[in-house]
Structure formats: structure tokens, C-alpha cells
Design a binder for this molecule. Sequence first.
Ligand SMILES: *[C@@H]1O[C@H](CO)[C@@H](O)[C@H](O)[C@H]1NC(C)=O
Ligand SMILES: *[C@@H]1O[C@H](CO)[C@@H](O)[C@H](O)[C@H]1NC(C)=O
Length: 187
Amino acid sequence: MKISLNILLSLIFLFPLPLLSPLLPSSSTPNDNAIVSLIDQTCKRTPYEDLCISSLTSNPNRSRAAGVKELAGMVLDSVLLNATDTLAFTRLLIDRTIDPEVERPLDYCAELYIPVVKFTVPQGRDAFYRGQYKFAEYCLTDAARQADACEKMLPGSAVSPMGDRNRIFQQLCSVAVAIIDILSKDQ
Ligand SMILES: *[C@@H]1O[C@H](CO)[C@@H](O)[C@H](O)[C@H]1NC(C)=O
Ligand SMILES: *[C@@H]1O[C@H](CO)[C@@H](O)[C@H](O)[C@H]1NC(C)=O
């Protein structure tokens, strides 16, 4: 016991700390650089690299990013959160609107986003985790199509009351499809 303590102490003095730090318990994620470079490399292969990087690096679950499959799972979580968020925002706009001309297209958008949140994206995510990548991609493409249909209903002349939410949601879906595609090609 005494000897091993002496050895440990001499190791600490002989070696610079960075060499020893892998041996010491650490509270921070040990492979943070690896995660960042995996995110960078993967996002380069998607059509919206910046959106991909920002959605993954800001994700509180990023520490689980052990591989491309985990990244795809995280983007799918973001897609679902974003659709849920957009539906809530649409309902807020509907509540605030007194003009029926404005409310009608928003009602239509809510009708489109409800099944996206309840069925399309969750089904796509389930399919993804079962390894049914083509069906998962189909679900996401369909979800993006609903956002496009919503945007087309909104009056084009004025600034869209939904801002760029529909567009960003579509882009997020494309990012998810691209990452799932990487996985299906590497199979
Ligand atoms: C984090 O992971 C949990 C469990 O998988 C999931 O429910 C949640 O939506 C994720 N959060 C984000 C921001 O992706
Ligand atoms: C979804 O995207 C919109 C548009 O950028 C953004 O404002 C919103 O914060 C996002 N929500 C989530 C939960 O990612």
C-alpha cells in the first residue's frame, strides 16, 4: 500500500498532467473533440451544413454522439421538437388572430402539423430505430411536404406570420434524410 502510494506520487511529479489525465476520473466528456469532428464530418455530407451543426452542437444529448447512428437519432429528436414547437406557435397565432382571412390558412397549417407531430415523425423515428431506413426517409420527406403545403397556403405578399419556421423545418428534415442516407449506404 505504502509502495503503491509512493509510485503514484512519483508518477504525478514525473509526468505532466495531460499524460495522467486519462487515468484520473473526469466529469467532462472525455471524447468531446471526437464528437465535434464527427458532427463536422457528418454535417458536411448534408445539404444544410450550418443548420446541421447548430442543431447537433446545441443538443443537450450530444454526449451520446458515439457514431453517425446516434447523430441521426439526435436530429430526429430535433425534428420532432421543432414540429411540436411550430404547431404550438401556430396555435398561439390562431388564438391571437381576429381576422378570419388570416386565421383560415393558419387553421389549415395546424391541421397539417398535427399528424406530423402525432404520427409521421414518430413513425419515422420508430422505423429508423428498427433499421427501416427507407421508410424513415419517406416519413421525413412527407413531413417536409406538409410544411411546404402550409407555407403555400399563407399569403405570399406580406411577411409570413410563421416567419421562416416552415422553411427551417423542411431543411431539418432534409438533414435527417441525408444522415440516414449515409447510414443506409454504409450498411
Ligand atoms: C434528448 O434525449 C431524450 C431521450 O432520448 C429525448 O426525449 C429528447 O427529445 C432529446 N432532446 C433533444 C433536444 O434532442
Ligand atoms: C424550430 O425552428 C425554429 C425556426 O428556426 C426555431 O425558432 C425554433 O426554436 C426551433 N425549435 C426547436 C424546438 O428546435
